[in-house]
Design a protein around this ligand. Structure first.
Ligand SMILES: Cc1ncc(COP(=O)(O)O)c(C=O)c1O
Length: 331
């Protein structure tokens, strides 16, 4: 191995692991392979897009020495960007959703980044109220406000930045294709910005159009509703079906997936707890959801003998203050 000069060189090339312990315990007749994105330098899949969006902006002249990188994010992108910004010498500011775990705020601050809760931004609150919760509109309003009031800002905007899905097309997809030697039947990924599923799915289908792409959204009990306005949610995972077009990030290609899978938070928790014990990997809630989906697919008779690959976005260490590994919490 060479001696690396920057964390930028450590992004990607994450390992694929077959969940042999879980497969054996449940007598699964399909292979479940997981792509461990916590092997990235800051422990999540978002290191990939952080690097790609920053370097794309540098190439386009949108980001220059002395500029401040600004983003709104549920956390992992903020952490990835904070680290890349630190290593490249940029200032970094992030607006974070209030329900994000405390660890994430602390990590961003450790990298020298500034964190601001979205609820503390009057324009966000105003637009959310006016539109009945249109998050995309609220973020757009915040961006317009920041850009009109300040100079030397690069507003990253992971939900509309084409460098987000592009890096999955050029790295995540090829890594899976090469590591499986093309032996992949089903690809499973969560949908937040949709970058992972869209870019990786597009690459895999370009290699073999028969690969089935399964996209995960939260189940009905894991979304705020009249009966339960504050359910335990799956961080970073958002609905994409039954949602008006204008609320779908442009990084999400709604034509890419063959099946939508709805995962409930409790199933994600129970699965993440179980694979920690069967296979010794500690992953976050959305990873639990991805494995849960992959396992349900593996159990279908028509998938006997097939190979299913799921992307596990981040480390479980980022959720120690949540109910994820609280064994007493069972829904
Ligand atoms: C923990 C976690 N899981 C899954 C996702 C979804 O990934 P993507 O934005 O590529 O759809 C995100 C991103 O928001 C995330 O932070």
């Amino acid at each position: 191995m060479p001696v690396y000069k920057s964390i930028s060189e450590l992004v990607g090339k994450t390992p694929l692991l077959e969940l042999t312990g879980y497969e054996k315990k449940h007598s699964l007749e399909a292979k479940v392979l997981v792509k461990l994105e916590y092997f990235n330098p800051n422990q999540s899949v978002k290191d990939r897009i952080a690097l790609s969006m920053v370097e794309d902006a540098e190439k386009k002249g949108l980001l220059k020495p002395g500029y401040t990188i600004v983003e709104t994010t549920s956390g992992n992108t903020g952490i990835g960007l904070a680290a890349i910004a630190a290593s490249k010498g940029y200032k970094f500011r992030v607006y974070v959703q209030d329900n994000v775990s405390e660890e994430r705020f602390k990590v961003i601050q450790a990298f020298g980044g500034t964190t601001i809760k979205l609820s503390e931004e009057p324009v966000v609150d105003k637009v959310l109220k006016e539109t009945g919760g249109d998050f995309v509109a609220a973020i757009n309003a915040l961006r317009s406000e920041v850009l009109s009031k300040e100079e030397n800002i690069f507003f990253v905007d992971q939900v509309s930045n084409p460098a987000n899905p592009a890096i999955h097309f050029s790295t995540t997809g090829p890594e899976i294709w090469e590591d499986t030697k093309g032996e992949i039947d089903i690809f499973v990924a969560n949908v937040g910005t949709g970058g992972t599923v869209s870019g990786t799915g597009k690459f895999l289908k370009s290699k073999n159009p028969n690969i089935k792409v399964v996209a995960i959204q939260p189940g009905p009990n894991s979304l705020p509703g009249d009966a339960n306005p504050t359910p335990e949610e799956i961080t970073g995972v958002h609905p994409f079906e039954g949602v008006p077009d204008e609320r779908i990030p442009s990084t999400m290609d709604r034509n890419i997936y063959d099946e939508k899978f709805e995962a409930e938070t409790i199933d994600a928790y129970l699965t993440a707890r179980e694979i920690a014990k069967t296979d010794g990997i500690l992953v976050g809630t959305s990873s639990g959801a991805a494995v849960y989906a992959a396992v349900q697919l593996a159990k279908r008779p028509e998938n006997k003998g097939k190979t299913i690959v799921a992307v596990l976005p981040d480390t479980g260490l980022r959720y120690l203050s949540t109910n994820l590994f609280n064994e007493d919490y069972v829904g």
